[in-house]
Design a protein around this ligand. Structure first.
Ligand SMILES: C[S@@+](CC[C@H](N)C(=O)[O-])C[C@H]1O[C@@H](n2cnc3c(N)ncnc32)[C@H](O)[C@@H]1O
Length: 229
């Protein structure tokens, strides 16, 4: 991880309980998942707070975009210069080209204008990630942006009893690509710590035939639902 961003995240860890931030463990899991999954290029987050989870996720998008740009620039080398093993490996991992200005981008929604939304803006600036993040001020699910039409990853971390509303709104924004066998992933935080409050959400997720769901026992618990058809 970028050292400047790592230091910023370390400093934000001191106020973690004040801003209900995800743990470092969860952040690193999300970061690694995004880095290791080429199909994740467009992310929606509900619940920005002061921006910690968004920073973990956007840092991974930035790293993937930079890898891709490096590969592209190496491809301009004369053909008789062989590509290094590392370049070939990265090339196969980042298999798809960005198809619009807004790929490798995270959209994040926060309703608390006075403090948390503004702090997130400042933190994104400090992290140098502003160009990878669009902040949306307002109450989800009403303000979920219409564009892009589909999201590769959706991270839910807001008011627990509203999660069924978020799910209803985001389902039409998920996809499954039968050619690549890749589909959208929905990750819900606090699946263990807020088990009771999330019960109605779990019930709805269970009914989804097109998704496979797993509980990952990291920190507060992550419920990972992947669209498989
Ligand atoms: C648990 S905190 C998010 C923490 C953040 N994901 C992180 O790890 O840094 C939840 C945030 O969601 C916001 N929130 C709650 N319900 C919301 C809604 N319906 N729409 C937008 N934001 C919401 C709250 O104001 C709060 O800042």
């Amino acid at each position: 991880m970028d050292q400047k961003i790592k230091s910023l995240l370390d400093s934000l860890d001191y106020t973690r309980s004040e801003f209900w931030n995800i743990s470092k463990e969860t952040g690193l899991f999300l970061n690694k998942l995004i880095r290791a999954t080429p199909s994740i290029k467009t992310i929606l987050e509900i619940g920005t707070s002061n921006g910690v989870s968004a920073i973990y996720m956007a840092e991974a998008l930035k790293a993937k975009k930079e890898e891709l740009l490096e590969i592209k620039s190496k491809n301009f080398l004369p053909k008789n210069i062989p590509l290094s093993k590392e370049t070939i490996a990265v090339k196969s991992r980042v298999s798809q080209k960005p198809n619009s200005k807004k790929t490798f981008h995270l959209y994040t929604i926060e309703s608390h204008k006075k403090l948390r939304y503004k702090l997130a803006t400042e933190n994104f600036k400090k992290a140098g990630l502003t160009q990878y993040i669009t902040q949306i001020l307002g109450h989800a699910p009403e303000v979920i942006p219409k564009n892009p039409k589909y999201f590769d990853l959706i991270f839910l971390d807001a008011t627990k009893y509203e999660h069924t509303d978020y799910l209803k709104a985001i389902l039409p924004r998920t996809y499954f690509n039968s050619r690549t066998s890749k589909g959208s992933i929905i990750i819900t935080d606090n699946a263990i710590s807020h088990k009771k409050k999330l019960k109605p959400y779990f019930k709805e997720v269970k009914k989804l035939k097109k998704f496979k769901t797993h509980l990952i026992k990291i920190s507060s618990g992550l419920l990972v639902s992947e669209r498989v058809e």
